[in-house]
Design a protein around this ligand. Structure first.
Ligand SMILES: CC(C)(COP(=O)(O)OP(=O)(O)OC[C@H]1O[C@@H](n2cnc3c(N)ncnc32)[C@H](O)[C@@H]1OP(=O)(O)O)[C@@H](O)C(=O)NCCC(=O)NCCS
Length: 231
């Protein structure tokens, strides 16, 4: 049974990565019942679109501190990342947060499915355009959570976030995530690349921690209420 769920989920992800098969937007984002945007799968079509690569590169550079490594971002490197570390990875999927007029505001994704335990990580949450439609990232995550719990039948969403990002922690706790673990991280520089390695003495004060947060299906259902959970 787990195998068939795994196969179905991976097939669905592979299909989403092929690009739009319908004229309709894929998954509508409807805060307060009104559709304002949608989750648009990042697909193989994006791999050949310079505008898509440029957006991903700019947003990765702007949000560098949210990631475990910081490096000089290039368009060629971003295209390579898109193909090898996203599109070719069976259990990773990313969605543009796209307004109804086609403007891309950011992205949210899923990565590292653990099918036996039905866990998956919320991945690559980034707002690219500041100040437009406040609350849209929250609404996008809310939509993605609903799909992940109900259609993909996962039991727990996990994520990792750095402790110095107050705004991000606030966003995730508003979505229902709760902290489960906190480990210190140490900065290591290697040429032009900065790594944040897990390690260090948990009893010594550290300037930065990596915080793990989780949201079980029951917690999401309790937070969203019966109307959303049945949608
Ligand atoms: C994390 C990040 C995506 C959050 O973006 P954001 O713009 O704060 O998210 P939202 O669009 O949901 O907007 C939330 C804000 O709008 C406000 N808001 C207004 N109307 C709202 C509504 N209807 N629903 C929810 N929030 C609403 C919220 O109060 C919140 O403001 P606050 O931060 O002052 O509390 C963004 O800061 C980012 O890209 N950071 C860099 C990358 C990063 O750290 N990613 C996380 C990796 S783990």
């Amino acid at each position: 049974m787990e195998n068939s769920l795994e196969q179905r989920v991976l097939d669905m992800i592979q299909q989403l990565k092929q690009g739009p098969t319908l004229r309709q937007p894929w998954l509508p984002i409807a805060p307060e019942g009104k559709v304002t945007a949608w989750l648009e799968p990042v697909s193989w079509l994006d791999a050949d679109r310079p505008q898509s690569i440029a957006l991903l590169a700019r947003w990765r550079e702007d949000a560098a501190l949210a990631f475990p490594t910081q490096f000089p971002v290039t368009l060629a490197g971003t295209q390579r990342w898109l193909i090898r570390q996203l599109l070719e990875v069976p259990d990773r999927v990313l969605f543009w947060v796209t307004t109804l007029d086609g403007t891309r505001l950011g992205h949210v994704g899923l990565f590292r499915f653990d099918f036996p335990n039905r866990h998956v990580e919320l991945d690559n949450v980034v707002r690219g355009q500041a100040g437009v439609m406040p609350g849209i990232v929250f609404a996008a995550i809310h939509t993605l959570l609903g799909w992940t719990f109900q259609t993909l039948q996962m039991q727990t969403l996990l994520l990792r976030v750095y402790s110095d990002s107050e705004r991000t922690l606030r966003l995730y706790s508003r979505c229902g995530f709760r902290e489960t673990q906190r480990v210190p991280v140490l900065r290591r520089q290697e040429g032009s690349v900065v790594h944040w390695d897990e390690g260090g003495d948990p009893n010594q004060p550290a300037s930065r921690h990596l915080v793990t947060m989780g949201l079980p299906f029951a917690g999401w259902r309790a937070a969203t209420g019966p109307a959303d959970a049945a949608a």
